[in-house]
Structure formats: C-alpha cells, structure tokens
Design a binder for this molecule. Structure first.
Ligand code: NAP
Length: 432
C-alpha cells in the first residue's frame, strides 16, 4: 500500500515535498507535504507504562480519503485515553484496527490538536489549506444508517474517539494528523497554539455531560458537583456550570487544586482526602460496615450543605473516577437528579445502592465524547473568550511519554497538559 499522499488526491495548492521529513518544531511551506513524518508511536510489544510504550519513530504521511483533512500539528493535548492506549487496556486499539482490516501495526494517538491545514480530500468544502484549526474528537462513518438518518452520531455503532480508537489511526502525536472534515473547527486567533490544543476533548465532553441529556440540562441555580475539579474534564465542567448560572462545587485532593477551581468559578471545594469511605461499599447486609460507610457519605454530603449555606443537594454530579466515588455520587445526588459519568479511572466496578436510585428516582447517565453541534457550541465559547482553555504544563515533543506517565500518577493536575509538535519547541506563546 502506498502511504504517501498522491498528488491526484489533493486540491490545488497542496504539493508533495522533495523533502523526506522535517525536524520537530519546524514546518514545510504551507501546503507542501513531506513523504514521511516523525511521530510518538505505540506498538503492541511495548504496551505498558506510557513512559516506555511511546517511542519516537519515522512513519509515512498517510493518504487522505475524500472527506478527510491533513493537518500539520502545532501542539497536541494530552488526554487520559492515550494512557489506556499505551497500556493496551481496556482495549488493544491496534488489534481492533487490524480486525477492521486496517494495515497499521502501530498506533499514533492524540485526540486534541491545534494546527494548520496542509491538504484536503476531494469532497472537503468547509476547510481550506492554510486554515488555523482545532479538532474535536468525535469520529463516525457518514454512511452509517444511524448517522445518515440524522440521529445523534455519538450514539451510532460507528462512533469512535479520534486519536484513540478511531479506525483512521493518525491522531495529533505525529507531525501530520488526519481528521474528518466535520471534526475541524476554527482556532481562536487570540490563543497560542499550545493554549488552543488544551481544551477541546475535555471541554466538548463536559459540554455534552451538562447540556446533552435533557431534561437534566444544567440550569441557573442548580448545584453541580464536579469530581477532579482541577483536572481536564473538571476544569471545563466548572466553567460551563458557572456560565449557565449554576453553583459548581469541586472535589479535589488538596487546597491548591481547590483554590484553582474557585478561580474558575467553583463556589467552594471539598478535599476528598478528609474522607475514607471510598470504593465499593460493604454489602447491604453488613450492618456495621454499612453504618460506617453511610457516616462517611453523610459527612461528605454535609460539606456540600456547608459550602452552600443551605441543605441543597447536587442536581447534576459530573462523574469520572468511577469505582472509588460512584456510590457517593449516587448517594449525594438530589432526588430526581442525574449522575452523569464519562469514565471510570479508578475501576469499572461502580456499585450503586439501588435503594437510593429508585426511591429517589435518580438518573445514572453514561456520556461519551460529543456530537458536532455540541462541539461547535463549546468551541464558540472558547472563540468568544467565555471559556478559559486551562492550559496546564507545556512540554517538548520528546517529553510526551513522561507527560502521560505523570497523568497516571495524578501529578500537577491543573487543567490540560500540552505537547509542542510543529510549534517551535522553545517558542511558547506564538499565536500563528
Ligand atoms: P485528569 O486531568 O488527570 O483529572 C483527573 C482528576 O481525577 C484529577 O484531577 C484527580 O483530582 C481526580 N482523581 C484522581 N483519582 C481520584 C480518586 N481516587 N477519587 C476521586 N478523584 C480522583 O483527567 P481528565 O482529563 O479530567 O479525565 C478524567 C477521566 O475522564 C479519564 O479517565 C479520561 O479518560 C476520561 N474522559 C472521558 C471522556 C469521554 O468522552 N468518555 C472524555 C474526556 C475524559 P484530585 O486528585 O484533585 O481529586
């Protein structure tokens, strides 16, 4: 199979470079596509800790399908999904692509990008070579009958996350990424490349969690509990809840993280290290164990009331730790409220005491990625300056493996880490 972009597949303006590969931190002239590129690559024989699983390799620049866009990546956001990809659990994304008949025996992850369009497929109409863009990670087959029928594409069987389990395999951890046209959104001109690469995956996810599940959409005056408030999903969820006029309360593991959340709009924070009832609760027929667990959960709930100055419970709980926290989330959620969950970082056995679930008529809602409408609505808030992208640590390209490793260890959780790719490795702060 020929991997290099064929001239005949490109719109006028994009040409093949005589240069084989350009160094990291540099770009060929706009529209000139090298034959090969440098990428942080995962292979099956090194699945495990991200620090070892990712390695720099030279690979061919991929071909474009008619609905695809080739983007020279300036900066790439670090997300937890590529910790999972590096470990090969819960799914082996390389084996999955092979089963789908794809030719690659490696994975190039990266679900957040800022960059410049270098080439477009034959059917692309809304994006042009030279555009400064970001990418939202919702990926699906346009020919999927569910999608073609106009239904929410993130509920279709073909829905995947770009740069993680999408069949296309060329995410933002290489010099050139391939996205579907509908994923490509305008970059906020005032933001640096690294700031623009920070918020889209987590922000669009948080947007769907808070606005995508009627009638439980966030409203003025709602109390919203946000786990991991200083992290990627959390920092965006706090801002979105505050923008809607709600009262976000963050859960964090130290005061510095709590203060960060307050600057983003949280009305207060709870330090989870003051409580010890985490994980799977004792079985319901273990009376003393249940009593102890309940005391912990009630004390946690009381902290919410203390922060609010009144006895009100969260209408929406933004969940992602999973096993460690889900029982508490369901317990403190208001009667008729919703726990909306997008991950289970601490484990998948999230136990729900069904007594609280049915008697109080609470909703437990899964949420994954976002559709185009939600992604555009979130990006519009970034474009207008209503949302801070929460740029966290910025690292050089070769530090991508250790940046993922730090994420697994829960270190320096302030917004979103970003890796520089095409942007000059020492040149933080450039906007174009
Ligand atoms: P992150 O930036 O690393 O933040 C994770 C937060 O979780 C940390 O701030 C940490 O806060 C908190 N945390 C860690 N251990 C905890 C525990 N035992 N109990 C309670 N809180 C704990 O990660 P992220 O980007 O926000 O992503 C969070 C999860 O959501 C990941 O699993 C990711 O894969 C997933 N996700 C899913 C989607 C989707 O579409 N389905 C999209 C985005 C992210 P403290 O230590 O301060 O409490």
């Amino acid at each position: 199979m020929a991997h290099a972009l064929g001239r005949e597949r490109l719109r006028p303006g994009a040409t093949m470079s005589k240069v084989d590969v350009v160094p990291i931190g540099e770009l060929p002239p706009v529209g000139v596509v090298p034959k090969r590129m440098i990428a942080q690559v995962v292979r099956q024989d090194r699945f495990g800790d991200p620090a070892e699983a990712f390695q720099i390799e030279e690979v061919p620049v991929p071909e474009l399908a008619a609905d695809e866009v080739l983007i020279a990546v300036m900066a790439a956001g670090v997300n937890y999904n590529n910790v999972w990809a590096a470990r090969g659990i819960p799914i082996d994304v390389i084996a999955m692509r092979k089963r789908a008949g794809k030719p690659w025996d490696f994975h190039i992850g990266g679900s957040d990008a800022s960059g410049i369009v270098y080439a477009v497929g034959a059917d692309v109409r809304t994006v042009s070579v030279g555009d400064a863009v970001v990418v939202h990670p919702g990926w699906w087959e346009a020919t999927d009958p569910w999608v073609a029928g106009g239904k929410d594409p993130m509920l279709s069987g073909s829905a995947k996350i770009w740069g993680y389990d999408a069949p296309s395999n060329f995410g933002s951890f290489g010099q050139f990424a391939v996205a579907q046209e509908h994923q490509v959104l305008p970059k906020a001109p005032r933001l640096t490349w690294e700031a623009a690469a920070a918020p889209t995956l987590v922000g669009t996810t948080a947007y769907r969690m808070l606005h995508g599940w009627p009638p439980h959409t966030v409203e003025r005056g709602d109390v919203v509990l946000v786990w991991g408030g200083s992290g990627g999903v959390g920092s965006q969820a706090i801002q979105l809840a505050a923008l809607a006029g709600a009262h976000p309360i963050a859960v964090v593991s130290d005061a510095r993280r709590g203060e960060y959340c307050q600057k983003l709009g949280a009305v207060g924070y709870i330090d989870r290290t003051e409580f010890h009832h985490w994980g799977i609760p004792p079985h319901w027929d273990d009376a003393s164990g249940q009593k102890e667990w309940l005391a912990g959960a009630r004390a946690f709930g009381s902290r919410i009331w203390e922060i609010l100055g009144e006895r009100r419970n969260p209408t929406i709980v933004v969940e992602h730790p999973g096993e460690a926290t889900l029982p508490t989330s369901v317990f403190v959620c208001d009667r008729g409220g919703m726990v909306v969950i997008c991950a289970a970082t601490t484990g998948y056995s999230g136990v729900v005491d069904l007594r609280y679930q049915w008697v109080m008529q609470k909703r437990l809602q899964g949420s994954h990625g976002s559709n185009d409408e939600q992604a555009r609505a979130f990006n519009d808030l970034v474009l207008s300056g209503s949302i801070d992208p929460c740029l966290g640590e910025v690292v050089r390209f070769e530090q991508l493996p250790t940046a993922h490793q730090a994420m697994t260890a829960g270190q320096d959780v302030f917004g979103n880490r970003v890796v520089l790719v095409g942007a000059a490795q020492e040149g933080l702060g450039a906007t174009s």
